[in-house]
Design a binder for this molecule. Structure first.
Ligand code: UDP
Ligand code: MG
Length: 321
């Protein structure tokens, strides 16, 4: 046995309607993976129920290249589900997750591998600029990071993206969190391990458009907090206490006033303000409660995170015995 068996790297790429960019992406990726000599690289594309030609393109790539694998979902389950399926299907010693739209430069992969060689469990990319993104989106994004940091114990790194390499040990840890409401940015932080951050400049999409809508991002931000923290529930309780104390003081003042000066009829504005304010507070509290009940509801149903329709991996790609 003179030749040692090389360690393997699985590159997971979630794709949703990426027909325009897939071939370009694969060319760019192979340019980089061809230079990696110490490891065997394999690509696992996850077609997240695309409605365009993504799947036929993936099949064609897989036919031409032995190291291309694909998993195809029965419908669109979202990028989080795509990443989970990819991780579940991976068997490599190391796993890379990256987007198909070339916004995650493949040229960073060798640097990430260096990070692993230095002894880190994970080496992840962090955007330092938000070039090409609307001002309002960057503003809300910054607000989200600040709020999230305050409310959850997980330190989300500003500008952190999903583009990263992880050791098998960390991948298994991520997979052990099999919750349905997946918020990967939080999950990666929650599992711990040593992460090295590689800064990079935001790259604009060469073709196609982002799959994120403003409403989608808003829901994502709410999930980011409610999946990792019960702070909003505590805030509702604290708000209740605070308002009760104010109300109690006000009641005493009004009682004393009435006893001393008699009943004064005017009070329309005060009553209206109190009703509207309390109505608002109660609605917000119910909303917060509702978010958590919704999370419980989704979890207890124990629906699968994704449904597989087609793959060229053995055994449906879930296990590799
Ligand atoms: N994606 C996916 N399922 C979805 C939406 C997106 O698999 O429902 C993939 C998409 O094909 C891309 C990556 O996730 O590879 C990031 O998507 P996008 O570029 O739309 O997000 P952004 O870069 O704007 O955060
Ligand atoms: Mg993108």
């Amino acid at each position: 046995m003179s030749e040692t068996i090389k360690e393997t790297i699985d590159i997971i790429v979630p794709c949703y309607n990426e027909e325009d960019v897939l071939n370009m992406f694969y060319t760019e990726l192979t340019k980089v993976t061809d230079t990696i000599k110490d490891y065997t690289c394999r690509c696992i594309f996850v077609d997240d129920g695309s409605r365009d030609n993504t799947l036929p393109i993936l099949r064609e790539l897989a036919e031409k290249n032995d190291n291309v694998k694909y998993i195809s979902f029965s419908k669109n389950f979202g990028k989080e589900a795509g990443m989970y399926a990819g991780l579940e299907a991976s068997t490599g010693d190391y796993v890379v997750i990256m987007d198909a739209d070339l916004q995650h430069p493949p040229t960073m992969i060798p640097d990430m591998i260096e990070g692993i060689k230095e002894g880190y469990d994970c080496c992840a990319a962090r955007r330092t600029t938000r070039k090409g993104e609307s001002k309002i989106r960057s503003f809300f994004s910054r607000m989200f990071y600040r709020l999230n940091k305050k409310m959850t114990k997980i330190d989300l790194v500003q500008g952190a993206v999903d583009f990263r390499i992880m050791t098998r040990q960390m991948v298994n840890a991520v997979l052990s969190l099999s919750e349905r409401q997946r918020f990967s940015k939080g999950i990666f932080g929650w599992v711990g391990f040593k992460t090295k951050w590689l800064p990079y400049e935001n790259v604009e999409r060469p073709v196609g458009t982002t799959k994120w809508s403003f409403w989608g991002l808003f829901k994502y931000a709410i999930d980011g907090i409610t999946c990792f923290s019960v702070a909003p529930l505590r805030m509702a309780t604290a708000m209740g206490f605070f308002i009760s104390i104010i109300a109690f003081i006000y009641i005493i003042i009004t009682l004393v006033q009435t006893l001393i000066f008699g009943i004064s009829v005017p009070g329309y504005v005060t009553t209206l303000c109190a009703i509207l304010f309390l109505g608002g507070v109660v609605e917000i509290s119910i909303g917060i409660l509702g978010e958590y009940i919704a999370n419980i509801y989704m979890e207890v149903k124990k629906r699968p995170i994704y449904i597989l329709k087609d793959t060229n991996l053995p055994l449906g790609g879930t296990k590799d015995e």
